[in-house]
Design a binder for this molecule. Sequence first.
Ligand code: NAG
Ligand code: NAG
Ligand code: NAG
Ligand code: NAG
Length: 523
Amino acid sequence: MKMVSQLVIMISTVVFVSFCESLSYIWPLPWNCTWGNQTLSVDPSLSLLVNGNSLIVQQAFQRYKRIIFKHGSNLPPTGLHYHINSLHIFLKSDDEELQLGTDESYSLLVTKTDPHSIVGGITIQANSVYGALRALETISQLCIFNYEAKTVEIYKAPWFIQDKPRFSYRGLMLDTSRHYYPLSVIKQIIDSMAYAKLNVLHWHIIDEESFPLEVPTYPNLWKGAYSKWERYTVEDAYEIVSFAKMRGINVMAEVDVPGHAESWGVGYPDLWPSLSCREPLDVSKNFTFDVILGILRDMRKIFPFELFHLGGDEVNTGCWSSTPHVKQWLQEHNMTAKEAYQYFVVKAQELALSLNWTPVNWEETFNSFPEKLNPQTVVHNWLGGGVCPKAVSKGFRCIFSNQGFWYLDHLDVPWDDVYYADPLEGIRDVFEQKLVLGGEVCMWGETADPSNVQQTIWPRAAAAAERLWSNKEATSSRSSAQLALKRLEYFRCLLTRRGVQAAPVKNKYARTAPVGPGSCYAQ
Ligand SMILES: *[C@@H]1O[C@H](CO)[C@@H](O)[C@H](O)[C@H]1NC(C)=O
Ligand SMILES: *[C@@H]1O[C@H](CO)[C@@H](O)[C@H](O)[C@H]1NC(C)=O
Ligand SMILES: *[C@@H]1O[C@H](CO)[C@@H](O)[C@H](O)[C@H]1NC(C)=O
Ligand SMILES: *[C@@H]1O[C@H](CO)[C@@H](O)[C@H](O)[C@H]1NC(C)=O
């Protein structure tokens, strides 16, 4: 810290602006910035100096170097030197543990390399390796290729940026049951999430339509996949988790019970109450809970993230009451169908808790029986507004995904509705605000597959990503909408330059192609 503060004092020509509003090319907007008016060239053979032994940081540096130095560079004429030759990372810890609330803050300093000093160039300070990753993303956005000089340059240096996330949970949900996504596509999505500093991939792996995941304990379950080629092996799932971790992204898996589970019965028809009633799962059989425990045990080995999603939404119990043996079980247990739904959810929660997972449930469980839920439960809002305020007032934690704004499959929601939605809406109490973990945009897969998923996610997911990362005061005034729009247009072009098929920002139906010829920056 001392080194950085000395350097800041050295910079006498900085312009201090409390917010970073006028930065046209960083998304999401950092918290605090100062800058100057120099243009500095960056050496394509930029070297890394970092304390500790984090492979994650070293690989991220190589990844970002490939992004930054994409174009061939002119060799510098003899005698001419690049202004920036080295990147120093000072980590407080090189521990690679990634959990909810892992420190992602960083400070970043960009100055001319001073041949007489050990510092200069680019300096990052971070408490964790993941803070360093966020800083590298910011640097990659500051580095601009100059087509005339054929060098990478940083404008408005010297820079001093202090940044941190507003919320610890910044998610994107991907649904691999309604359509299957090959590993390569999931990896592209994870890569693009890191560009917007999102940090949780909520993997809605299984639903009523298909069961693509291998579960060794119950090997017939993935007979419920669409085909034998549309499946994920245990090794595939490990690979996703490790690929995401390299980018500072946790994977929260979901097993949505007792509704949304028809596909389970393809391999084990006993899980269906009857052939004509295939959903919800049969509450009357112990086998049902044996299978859930088997799935959870197998998944626990793959998914180290402390949160695990148990679904619990859209449970229509009508078919329990009309299936004779289930009806009889309900009578014997003195339960209404509604009480059996509650019994099921609570029992599934107990199984997840026994494996040291914190349960997350869609809001219907909270709306129906809040007093029965485990106090650890994270309530996942989706149906509409006002749910997180109720959940946190009862002491539960909450994730905001109001479908009116943050369901990406709702194609009629324009970017600015996504942008101005706020997870803390209606919550004044500071302690209750802290119970809101953040939010998540949801990419339900009924009408998306590998052919169009990226342009449905982007650029609108980026609007939510800035809401979840940046200072609200700096980004929420409607009067600055024009500035935000310009920056978002710039970010969507940055995504396209990096190979992400992000749709034009202002198209009528979210993911439609541009209407005619034109610059990326004007569409
Ligand atoms: C850069 O800023 C300093 C201080 O504001 C000023 O004196 C100088 O003329 C500026 N240089 C350029 C090239 O604009
Ligand atoms: C931004 O600056 C303010 C005022 O100096 C400070 O209180 C705050 O902690 C800074 N924010 C970050 C993320 O460093
Ligand atoms: C099902 O589990 C319950 C509670 O653990 C137990 O009392 C019951 O005997 C089991 N039923 C069968 C058929 O195994
Ligand atoms: C059945 O449940 C009702 C309502 O929960 C309760 O009032 C009643 O005592 C129960 N009867 C038996 C036999 O457990």
